[in-house]
Structure formats: structure tokens, C-alpha cells
Design a protein around this ligand. Structure first.
Ligand code: PUT
Length: 297
């Protein structure tokens, strides 16, 4: 990492997935190249971008979409791209690990090195988002990865609703938080639109930890054949980049393919973070209740 005044441009891309892996990987590559042309050094692609969001259904055949981490062709292709463009790319994928399955992200550094894996910790389950059928709860714990341009933390989708995840990554030195996502309409309630809630929750993580935050979410209407007939979700995009006080500095709409790029001065933000005192004044000895489910000490 460079010295004082480290300026880093980060990007969020969003696109509509088809259900053809090669098409989606090609789209991701095209948008990463576009982000790179706009100066981005760390580029976030949406969650599980290789295909449709299959968790609308509980289907045995969808387990065939999982791939082992090592030798994963999409990760290898993104490693080649990282090296060529000198960009950092977190790569979200459906991981098969013997009899376990995870919703995972591999962090690829700017020289193509794979820095390791984060496995999604919080697994949602509800109409349209039946992830518990497929994914074991992640066992990696929350992590911070030292990349060429910044130390970054990556949470995956539902993790974004948990301030503990963001805090844990920030405590380990994450200077920017990233959240690949798949969220949209709720099949059980056509009047429920969570997009503003979704953004505000993450803006809070940025502000509470004084770090920029990047969220990438897919767009498009996806219909999946389930065991009870068809299910449809319209993904609302709204990918965004927030600054260190939680302010949204770039925001995509809910329909268009987009490449959002913003630059941050990480040393200036670090100075502000330290000056504001939120990490100085923490009282971890009073937070033991956070280790319980029911609030009992
Ligand atoms: N990606 C999970 C979203 C859940 C919304 N109910």
C-alpha cells in the first residue's frame, strides 16, 4: 500500500443475469473492464452472478450449480482479469466443499493472487429467498483482506443487515466494506419494497464505522420453476457507494445496467475516523450480551 494520501477509486456494477453462466461471466468481465477504464481499482460484482437466483426454489438439481473453490473456472478467469487490469475483484460463487455447500466469495488481489475465502455467515430463509435449503452457515468468520489498494471487508447480502458483521470487519482493519447482493420484490407481498430500508441499514454501517461502503445488487425479473409452480422476483438494483458518514455518493436505478465509481482518500478518512473517537471509546467488556441470542447474560 502507498503512503499518505492513499486515493482509491472503487466500483459497483449491476446487471440482469440470464441463466447461462458463460453469458453472465462475460457481462461481468465487460463491466469490470468499463469500471477499470473509469479508474476503479476495486470492483464489486453482484452476489451469485453466474446465473439466476436459484434460491427462489428448493430443487435438488440446483445443487449441481455448486463448484469447488479450487479449480473454479470463474474464479480463475477473474484472476486473469485482475492481473491484466490490476484490479481487485471479490468473486461471489456457490461453493461445494465435499458434502457442505456455502455462499462464498473469493477475494482476488490486483496481481491475480487469491487472498482467500469468506463464507456467508447469515443465511436467510423466507418466501423467494430459501437459502437455508442450499447453504451451510459460513464457518470462516468475518475477515479483513489486505489488498494492494486497501484493507477490505466483504459481507454477503443478508450479512448486510447485521451491524456486528460490519463492526467485526472494521475492527480487523477493513477500510472499505463491500456487499455483493441479490434482493428485490417479495413473492408473498407485492406491496413490500425493502429498497430504502436496505440502503439505510448499510449507510448506518458506513457511518458507524467511518468507512466507505459499496453494495452491488442485480436487476431484472427472474422466474424460477419451483416445486409449487412458478416464482418471480424483480430485483431492484439500487447498487450504491456510500461515503464514511453514510452519505450516498453514487446510486444506480432499479432497471439499468450500471457501473458506479467513486474515489476516496483512505488516509484522510482514517484521520477523521481516529479523530471522531468511535474506536477509542468502545467498551467491549460491556458488550458480552451481544454473544447471546436471547439477551440473557
Ligand atoms: N437476499 C436475501 C433477501 C431476503 C429478503 N427477504
Amino acid at each position: 500500500m502507498a503512503g499518505a494520501g492513499r486515493k482509491v477509486a472503487v466500483a459497483a456494477v449491476q446487471f440482469a443475469c440470464t441463466d447461462v453462466e458463460a453469458e453472465n461471466v462475460a457481462t461481468a468481465e465487460r463491466l469490470i473492464r468499463e469500471a477499470h477504464k473509469k479508474g476503479a481499482k476495486i470492483v464489486l460484482i453482484q452476489e451469485l452472478f453466474e446465473g439466476h437466483y436459484f434460491c427462489q426454489a428448493q430443487r435438488l438439481d440446483f445443487f449441481q450449480r455448486a463448484k469447488p473453490y479450487k479449480g473454479n473456472s470463474t474464479i480463475i478467469r477473474m484472476q486473469q482479469l485482475s492481473k491484466e487490469l490490476e484490479v481487485v475483484i471479490p468473486v461471489s460463487f456457490f461453493e461445494e466443499a465435499n458434502n457442505a455447500h456455502y455462499n462464498s466469495v473469493a477475494i482476488i488481489d490486483a496481481d491475480g493472487t487469491d487472498l482467500g475465502l469468506y463464507r456467508k455467515s447469515h443465511i436467510p430463509d423466507g418466501p423467494g429467498y430459501q437459502e437455508k435449503f442450499y447453504f451451510n452457515p459460513g464457518d470462516t468468520g468475518f475477515k479483513a483482506f489486505k489488498t494492494k489498494y486497501a484493507t477490505i471487508g466483504v459481507g454477503i447480502c443478508w450479512d448486510q443487515w447485521f451491524p456486528e458483521c460490519a463492526r467485526a470487519m472494521a475492527l480487523q482493519g477493513a477500510e472499505i466494506l463491500f456487499y455483493p447482493t441479490a434482493i428485490g420484490s417479495e413473492p408473498q407481498d407485492g406491496n413490500l419494497d425493502s429498497r430504502e430500508h436496505w440502503k439505510r441499514v448499510m449507510q448506518g454501517h458506513a457511518g458507524a464505522n467511518l468507512v466507505p461502503l459499496v453494495a452491488s445488487n442485480r436487476i431484472g425479473r427472474e422466474t424460477v420453476e419451483t416445486e409449487h409452480g412458478k416464482s418471480t422476483i424483480t430485483f431492484y438494483g439500487n447498487s450504491f457507494i456510500a461515503g464514511p458518514t453514510g452519505e450516498i455518493v453514487k446510486l444506480a436505478n432499479d432497471k439499468d445496467e450500471e457501473v458506479l465509481v467513486s474515489e476516496f482518500d483512505l488516509d484522510e478518512i482514517k484521520a477523521t475516523r481516529h479523530g471522531w473517537g468511535i474506536f477509542r471509546d468502545r467498551r467491549p467488556e460491556l458488550y458480552k450480551v451481544l454473544l447471546t441470542l436471547d439477551g440473557e447474560k
